[in-house]
Design a binder for this molecule. Structure first.
Ligand SMILES: Cc1cc2nc3c(=O)[nH]c(=O)nc-3n(C[C@H](O)[C@H](O)[C@H](O)COP(=O)(O)O)c2cc1C
Length: 195
């Protein structure tokens, strides 16, 4: 296979797989380290290298999910609180090997905009997801629940200027991958200027 064939296969075959479908098998720490190294090669304007990760393994996975459920309870008006949502969050990591919280750290170069740093961090996440795909690791990028709420920033001790990008759930899955789909045809997303 040529490089472009391999890359195309990895990119197009990567699927978001919900942590509920993971099988509980653990990923080796060295494998997580290997994937994180790929994140560090994301493009970065002005070398601010803003991507930051909090990697949770073993008991920390369970604790995070329990804390996430509590965060939901504490920040939801009683009339809106749903026990099912609480339980979903509480149990979300039951079969997950690692959880990686991703945030973008605001740098000290005022000429580099926050959005550039967020873009760089999103590229770092994609590197992680593609690395995981190469290693038959299932991944799920979530921004649901309390993940983008102020409570989560406080939980991870982020500064006001920092930005939470999401939580990555990593694990293994026995089920066959669903087919990918995109709704809007690519032709509608691309404009060509020839003159
Ligand atoms: C920034 C970001 C946040 C996401 N957050 C969620 C989420 O909270 N819940 C969810 O079900 N999927 C989430 N996803 C995954 C998308 O649902 C998924 O990428 C989409 O369905 C396309 O499927 P694919 O990734 O398998 O191609 C998120 C994806 C991105 C890029």
């Amino acid at each position: 296979m040529t490089n472009i064939e391999t890359l195309s296969k990895v990119i197009t075959e990567r699927r978001s797989i919900k942590p509920q479908n993971f099988n509980g098998k653990k990923i080796e720490k060295t494998t997580i380290d290997q994937i994180l190294m790929l994140a560090d090669w994301a493009p970065t304007h002005g070398h601010t290298e803003p991507w930051r990760f909090v990697v949770m393994a073993n008991d920390a996975v369970k604790r995070f999910c329990q804390d996430h459920a509590e965060m939901y309870k504490n920040n939801t008006p009683e009339e809106n609180f749903l026990k099912a949502t609480y339980e979903k969050l509480y149990n979300q990591g039951n079969s997950t090997s690692h959880i990686i919280a991703v945030f973008s750290k605001r740098g000290e170069k005022p000429n580099i905009q926050v959005k550039e740093e967020i873009c760089a961090t999103a590229c770092a996440v994609q590197n992680i997801l593609l690395g995981a795909e190469c290693l038959a690791i299932s991944s799920f990028w979530s921004t649901g629940g309390q993940i983008l709420k102020p409570a989560m920033k406080t939980y991870f001790n982020l500064l006001e200027a920092d930005t939470m990008l999401g939580i990555l759930y990593l694990g293994y899955c026995d089920e066959p991958k669903r087919n990918g789909s995109r709704i809007t045809p690519m032709e509608e997303k691309v404009m060509w200027y020839n003159h």
